[in-house]
Design a protein around this ligand. Structure first.
Ligand code: PLP
Length: 451
C-alpha cells in the first residue's frame, strides 16, 4: 500500500516550493498520524517534528484541549461567513488578540495564510492614504528590508526580496524600495560589522526621509528575517525603524507571521523593543498550527479612514470565503489559553538556553560559518570554507543532505538553502530538544563530510 500511495502522490500532488523531479526520487514519508511532538508515517516510522510542521505547530499534535475545542465547534457549525453575519469564536478570538497585541491595535481582519494577512495589510495601507480625512493622498510605494520574505501572493512577493523565489515574477510586481538587511556575516566588502550596522540604520533614515510623501507603508519582519536564513537583526533596529517611520508619518506593518506566538521568547516579537506597529500580520501559530486562520490587526487610526458614507466607496474591498472560519478561531482560542495555562513562554526561555548551549560545539566546526539564534529559531550556515565563506557547490545540496541525514535518524528538519534550521514547537519538552540537538549535530557532520 505505501508504494501505491507514493505512486499516486507522484502522479497527482504538486508540492509547494518543490523541485518535483527531485521530490519523486526521494521517497518522502507519507504522514498518517501524530502523537505529541512526533509525526508517524504510513509504515509506522516515527519522526520528531523539528520544524513544528513548517513553523506553525505550537503545543504539539493531537493536543486534547485543541482537539476538543474543534470537535465542540463542529457540533455547532463548521463554517458560515463573516460577510453580513458573524460568529462567536471569531468575535472571542478578535477580543483576545486585541487584549494581547501591542498597544493601539484594536481591529482584527481575518484571512487564511501569512501571505493573505500581508496582502490585506498592504491594501489597507494603500487605501488608508487615499481616504483619510479630507486630504486624500496618493501614496503608491512600499519600503521593505533586503532579504525579506512576506509570502507568495503578488503583493507579498512585491515587498519581498528573495531573488530565487521571486525573480521569475518580476514583470508582474510593483516597485518597492529596499533598505539593506542589517546582517553581519555577508556584509559588503569594506565595512566592519559595526560600520555596516551603522550604515544600515542610517539608510533607513535616508530612504524613508527622501520618500516619505510617497510611502504607503514600511513592512518589516520584527527581530528575525526567517525565510532568508534566520537573519537576526541587531538590537534596536526594529525600534529605530518604528521611530523613523513615526517621525515621517509612514505606517509600519509588522509581519509577525513567523516570529509571532512565542518563537522569539515573547508572544509577539514587537514586545521586545516596545514597538507598536500600525498594522500587524499573524498566521502560522495563531491556531496552534492546527487550521489555516490568519489575521491583520489595525489601529483605530487606520480603521477609521474606512468609515463614512457607503456611497463614497470607503469599504475595504477584500475578503475570502473562509475568512474567520469558526473551527480555526475555536482552535486559536484554545491555543491562547494553553499558552497561559502551560506557561509556554517559560518553556521557550529554557529551551532557548538549552539550544544555545548544545549548539555551541558548532562554534569551532570547520564547515559552520555562523550560528544564528533568537529564542527557538535557529539557523546554522554551512560553508565549504569558514575562513573565506566559500559556499559548497549548489548541486551538492548540503542543506538538503542535513534533512535526509536527520530523517534517517527519525527527525524532521528543513533547510533554507545551505542554512540548516531548527524550529521546534514552543511547547516542546526539554528532553526532546536534547534529542533534536543530538540528531541535528550528527546530521550536520554527516552532510558536510567531504569525500
Ligand atoms: N511572512 C513571513 C514572515 C513568513 O515567514 C511567511 C512564511 O514563511 C509568510 C509571511 C507567508 O505565510 P504563509 O506561508 O502562511 O502564506
Amino acid at each position: 500500500k505505501p508504494e501505491q500511495l507514493r505512486a499516486w502522490d507522484n502522479a497527482h500532488v504538486w508540492h509547494p516550493f518543490t523541485a518535483m523531479q527531485a521530490y519523486e526520487q526521494e521517497q518522502a514519508p507519507i504522514i498518517t498520524s501524530a502523537e505529541g511532538f512526533e509525526l508517524i508515517d504510513f509504515e509506522g516510522n516515527r519522526y520528531l517534528d523539528g520544524i513544528s510542521s513548517l513553523w506553525c505547530n505550537v503545543h504539539g499534535h493531537r493536543v486534547p484541549e485543541i482537539d476538543a475545542a474543534i470537535k465542540a465547534q463542529v457540533d455547532r457549525v463548521s463554517h458560515s461567513t463573516l460577510l453580513g453575519l458573524s460568529s462567536e469564536p471569531s468575535i472571542e478570538l478578535a477580543r483576545r488578540l486585541v487584549e494581547r497585541a501591542p498597544a493601539g491595535l484594536t481591529r482584527v481582519f481575518y484571512s487564511d495564510s501569512g501571505a493573505t494577512a500581508v496582502e490585506a495589510a498592504l491594501k489597507m495601507a494603500f487605501q488608508y492614504h487615499r481616504q483619510k480625512g479630507n486630504k486624500p493622498e496618493q501614496r503608491d510605494l512600499f519600503c521593505t528590508v533586503g532579504n525579506a520574505y512576506h509570502g507568495d501572493t503578488i503583493g507579498s512577493v512585491s515587498v519581498g526580496s528573495m531573488e530565487l523565489f521571486h525573480r521569475v515574477y518580476g514583470p508582474l510586481l510593483f516597485r518597492t524600495l529596499s533598505c539593506p538587511s542589517p546582517q553581519t556575516l555577508r556584509r559588503p566588502v569594506g565595512f566592519t560589522a559595526e560600520g555596516y550596522r551603522e550604515f544600515c540604520f542610517a539608510e533607513v533614515e535616508r530612504i524613508v526621509a527622501e520618500n516619505a510623501s510617497r510611502l504607503a507603508a514600511f513592512i518589516i519582519e520584527p527581530l528575525v528575517q526567517g525565510a532568508a536564513g534566520i537573519l537576526v537583526h541587531p538590537p534596536g533596529y526594529l525600534r529605530h525603524v518604528r521611530e523613523v517611520t513615526r517621525r515621517h508619518g509612514v505606517p509600519l506593518i509588522a509581519d509577525e507571521v513567523a516570529v509571532g506566538f512565542g518563537r522569539t521568547g515573547t508572544l509577539f516579537a514587537c514586545e521586545q523593543e516596545d514597538v507598536s506597529p500600525d498594522l500587524m500580520c499573524l498566521a502560522k501559530g495563531l491556531t496552534g498550527g492546527y487550521l489555516p486562520v490568519a489575521a491583520t490587526l489595525a489601529t483605530d487610526e487606520i480603521y477609521s479612514a474606512f468609515l463614512g458614507d457607503p456611497s463614497e466607496g470607503r469599504t475595504f474591498f477584500h475578503g475570502h470565503t473562509f475568512t474567520g472560519n469558526p473551527l480555526g478561531c475555536a482552535a486559536g482560542l484554545a491555543s491562547l489559553e494553553l499558552f497561559e495555562r502551560n506557561k509556554v513562554l517559560q518553556n521557550v526561555a529554557s529551551n532557548s538556553l538549552k539550544l544555545r548551549e548544545r549548539l555551541s560545539v558548532l562554534d569551532s566546526h570547520p564547515h559552520v560559518a555562523q550560528i544564528r539564534q533568537k529564542g527557538i529559531m535557529v539557523g546554522v550556515e554551512l560553508v565549504r570554507d569558514r575562513e573565506t565563506l566559500t559556499s559548497f557547490p549548489s548541486e551538492r545540496r548540503t542543506g538538503h543532505q542535513v534533512t535526509l541525514a536527520a530523517r534517517r535518524r527519525g527527525v524532521i528538519v528543513r533547510p533554507l538553502g545551505d542554512v540548516a534550521v531548527l524550529m521546534p514547537a514552543p511547547a516542546m519538552p526539554g528532553e526532546l530538544i536534547d534529542r533534536l540537538c543530538d540528531v541535528f549535530l550528527e546530521s550536520i557532520d554527516e552532510a558536510t563530510l567531504e569525500s
